[in-house]
Structures are given as structure tokens and as C-alpha cells.
Design a protein around this ligand. Sequence first.
Ligand SMILES: Cc1ncc(COP(=O)(O)O)c(C=O)c1O
Length: 380
Amino acid sequence: MGFATDAIHAGQEPDPATGAITVPIYQTSTFAQEELGRNKGYEYARTSNPTRAALERNLACLEAGRYAFAFASGMAAINALASLLKSGDHMVASQNLYGGAFRLFDRVLRDFGLSFSYADTTDLAATEEAFRPNTRLLYIETPTNPMMEITDLAGSAALARRRGVLLAVDNTFMSPYFQRPLELGADLVLHSTTKYLNGHSDGVGGAVMLNDSALADRLRFLQNAAGAILGPFDSWLVLRGVKTLALRMRKHDENGRAVALFLASHPKVQKVYYPGLQGHPQHDLAQRQMKGFGGMLAFETGSLENAKRLLRSVRLCSLAESLGGVETLISHPATMTHASVPPEDRQRLGITDGLVRISVGVEDVEDLIADLEQALGQIA
Ligand SMILES: Cc1ncc(COP(=O)(O)O)c(C=O)c1O
């Protein structure tokens, strides 16, 4: 079926017991068993729950995978994925990662005997140079947060396969509506469902999707063994959100393009980072591997003082962490999402004190542009 049809129907047939058109929230911790060794497919809700199972079937379908596992947050999903590795293993990751992923790798998992190298994954030769004999996983975020750099997924998949390394892709920024990493050769794809999949800024969650049945068995085991599962109500919220994913992504994309063009032509904006702009260094690659450019962008105001003034002056855009909701959020990566990245690394990556990130929502775009225009009027 088409994407919008799958988003509404995949994995969520009317409830067999009652005919309820919407998957019920099975708010239960356990399930009565008919006799020893006989049950209706569910025993204990950490292991599996019908609401979570419906979401997992749905997300597997949307990402063109056979399996999906839903977790309590995007970070819990990343942690489960990293738990596929063993002490002594090495991971190569994109140098411009979400700050929380970097913090987990560098300040938690290193203590468990994993090692990490950060490479400019937009350059396949640089990625390959970072490989070591014990490299087991290549971990890519594309587009990156907040610099909107694009990594060639098909090229990275070919490289990973040649070196016998798994490729995992954080697809949070694009959603499966615009980018499907498994179809481009990735082994694992993950999401912070907190963002576009839920889409309404009212729940935190994560998910991992894949095709390989042996890896899926291991992830199912890890999901149950470590227990960082997505609860039934939060699973239901994501299922509800996903139904409008196609509609929302089209509007995020339309508004994102319009806001990027407005900012790019504004005299007080020094630079705009948005893959949909002709001048973006990987615009052609973005066009090839993504079906749209989405609603995430960043721009340079020139100084911390300018960024502060702008963020103080916006009225419609809300100053807040996170992204991917229907409402427009504006943030300051250096002191918010990427505060855990060492200052020298932030400078090297271009995450300056004057950089501002916008998650463009689905409001009327003229209102968003008017708000940004009046706020830009307040800066030097
Ligand atoms: C690209 C990306 N991946 C992962 C995460 C982590 O997700 P969560 O906040 O749901 O734990 C985030 C959160 O902002 C993110 O932006």
C-alpha cells in the first residue's frame, strides 16, 4: 500500500474483541493464562503488550523493515542498539551527533569497554579511515543535528558491508516519509519517536527497526532483559500521531522551505543550514536519497548576544528543546541540545554561540515568517 495508507492501517486491524477502530490502550501489567504453558500470546507486559505490538508492526512497515522494537525514549533505543556490541568492540560514529548520543557513548559506554571514533561521515574516505580491525558498528545521523549535513547512505552501506560492519542510521530528522535507510542498505534504523513520529510534543519514546532475524532476536531479548520499554499509553500516542505523518511531513517540508528562503534573503542572517537550499553543499545528494527536505534548519546570527535577543523576542515560536511537533520550536544548540559537547568540538563543528535552530511547525507560514522578521529586527 501507499505510505499514507500504511501509516493509518498497518499493524492496527480493528480490535478482535470489540471491533474498536482505534487500537485500545491495554493498560495492564500481566495477562491471565488459560493453563500452564497456554496463553493468548501475551504473558507479562514488559515482554510484550498488544498496544506496543501494534505500534511495532506499524513502524516496521513504515521503515520497510520486518521487525520493530519500541523503547522508553530515543536514548533507550540507542542504548539497546549499542548493547548489540560487546566489551572490546569499536564503533565509528558521525562527528556531529545529537549531544545525548555522544554523551551516552563517551561518558557511559566507554566505561563498559566499548571504544568510539568520530568521523566526518559526509566523506566516505574519512569514514573508512576511522575503521579499526575491531569496528563492529557504523552509526550515522543524517541530516545531522543541528548542522544539517548529509551522509551518503547507500555509499556508507556499501562500505560497511565490504568491511563486515553493521550500519545503523538515526532517521529522526527525516522520518520514514522522506527517507528510508533500510531500503538504502542500512542494517538498523532508529528514531526518537518523541519527534516527528509522535508529532504532537506529548510523549517521549524511541524505536529500532531492522530486517535481520538473528539481530531482531537479540534486540527482543535486550528489550525484555533491560526493560526500557515504551508503555501502552505512550505507544498509543505514537500510533495516533503516525496516522497523520504523511500530511504533517508535507506541511513541515513546505513551511521549512519557505522559512529557509526567507532567512537566506534576510540581511541580518549570516548563513542558513538547510539541505533544500541550492547552496547547501550536499543539496544534490539530499535530493537523491530523501523525498523532501523537512522542517529542520539552523542559521547563524553572528553572536551570542544576537541569538539571545532573537530568542527573547520571538512570540509565536517557542523557545524549547526538542523538535518534530506541530508547533514551531526554536532553540540554541550551544547551550541546550549540544551543551554536553566539549566547547572546542562545538566550534570545530560550526555549533557557534550565534547559531539558532528551528523546528518549523505546521502553522500558517506567513505567521511564522512575520514572527521571525520582527525578532530579527531586534538584533544588531
Ligand atoms: C536526532 C536525535 N536522536 C535521538 C534523540 C534522543 O531521543 P529522546 O529525547 O527521545 O531520548 C534526539 C533527541 O533530541 C534526537 O534529536
